[in-house]
Design a protein around this ligand. Structure first.
Ligand code: FMN
Length: 302
């Protein structure tokens, strides 16, 4: 009798590969994920996996992207369901957060594998929203948890005169890129974030390649406005390609990245943002007197 072909054994081989990969991560941790082991478990040859994932990095990136999508979809579904009021909306969304985490044990924490990638990467991209003029709490926690990279001893810094340093357990000549969105439309809100990451780069001996910063970023997550951003996303792709090819973003590309996303300047931006909040408050029937807690503190553009 003829042996079943691989596609007969696994009608959707790509899904089967990701499922086995997720199972292996749940059982043994991300560090031990191997394409050969996945192939063995599926009864296929390793090159069959390369058709879908040319390398282990490729598979890991795809798993990370899928996990983010799955998490974001679970939260958006809970948020957009019918709710009695906004408190219920927040509670239901928070519960969806917890349920997702419990249902995806392979995606929990992940610090051990993140640290392994961090220690072996050629390029580390720090991506954080701007929260209160700095990085988010999650990003700060991640950076704090990179502490095992160093030993406790005090020695002079190898590059910076008259500066104290801890010996590194791991060092590669890594490169660093900073990516951050913020809500306000002015660029200078990123100043303290950039200084912080430049200091980390200098002290921890990264080559600082630059930054991609997007003020007025909140509408980027609005699916109905995506048509406005096609050019911006193309410029982002160009910037990424330039980072990979040349280690820096061309001046012209950087200038294009910093262009306003909307026609009409700040007033148009305020109107759009405020219309969004009005619409959210309408949805939950927030009475007029509760919309502006300081008397007379109404929206100036009206
Ligand atoms: C706790 C918190 C603090 C924030 N602080 C700032 C800030 O200092 N400056 C600013 O322009 N935007 C600020 N924002 C807006 C975010 O930077 C903005 O929403 C960003 O586009 C995406 O953040 P998100 O991932 O929370 O949606 C803040 C948002 C939150 C939730």
């Amino acid at each position: 009798m003829a042996r079943p072909t691989q596609s007969q054994q696994h009608p959707n081989l790509q899904t089967a590969i990701t499922e086995v990969a997720r199972k292996q991560i749940a059982e043994h941790g991300a560090a031990s994920l191997s394409l050969r082991a996945i192939a063995r478990e599926l009864g296929i040859t390793a090159p069959a996996i390369y058709n879908y994932y040319p390398s282990r990095d490729n598979l890991v990136t795809s798993l990370i992207v899928n996990a983010y999508h799955s998490f974001a979809t679970a939260l958006a579904k809970a948020r957009d369901a019918e709710h009695g009021d906004h408190t219920e909306c927040i509670m239901v969304t928070a519960r969806a957060y917890r349920n997702w985490a419990l249902a995806h044990p392979e995606d929990k924490d992940g610090m051990a594998s993140a640290l392994e990638s961090y220690n072996t990467a050629d390029l580390v991209i720090f991506g954080t929203p701007l929260y209160h003029f700095g990085m988010s709490g999650i990003m700060k926690t991640f950076i704090d948890r990179t502490l095992p990279r160093i030993e406790p001893w005090l020695i002079p810094h190898p590059d910076i005169p008259d500066t104290t340093f801890h010996p590194e357990r791991f060092h590669k000549p890594e490169k660093m890129l900073l990516v951050s969105p913020c809500g306000f439309p002015e660029y200078w809100h990123f100043d303290s974030l950039v200084v912080t990451f430049k200091q980390i780069a200098r002290m921890e001996r990264f080559e600082y390649l630059g930054e991609i910063l997007r003020p007025g970023a909140e509408p980027l997550s609005d699916s109905s406005l995506q048509g406005l951003f096609t050019e911006y996303y193309e410029t982002l792709h160009q910037a990424g390609a330039q980072i990979i090819a040349n280690g820096s973003i061309l001046e012209e590309t950087q200038a294009n990245l910093q262009k306003d996303l909307f026609p009409g300047g700040k007033q148009a931006f305020y109107s759009m943002a405020n219309a969004y909040w009005e619409q959210r408050m309408d949805k939950f029937n927030v009475p007029e007197e509760k919309r502006h807690s300081v008397p007379g503190n109404t929206i100036l553009s009206e």
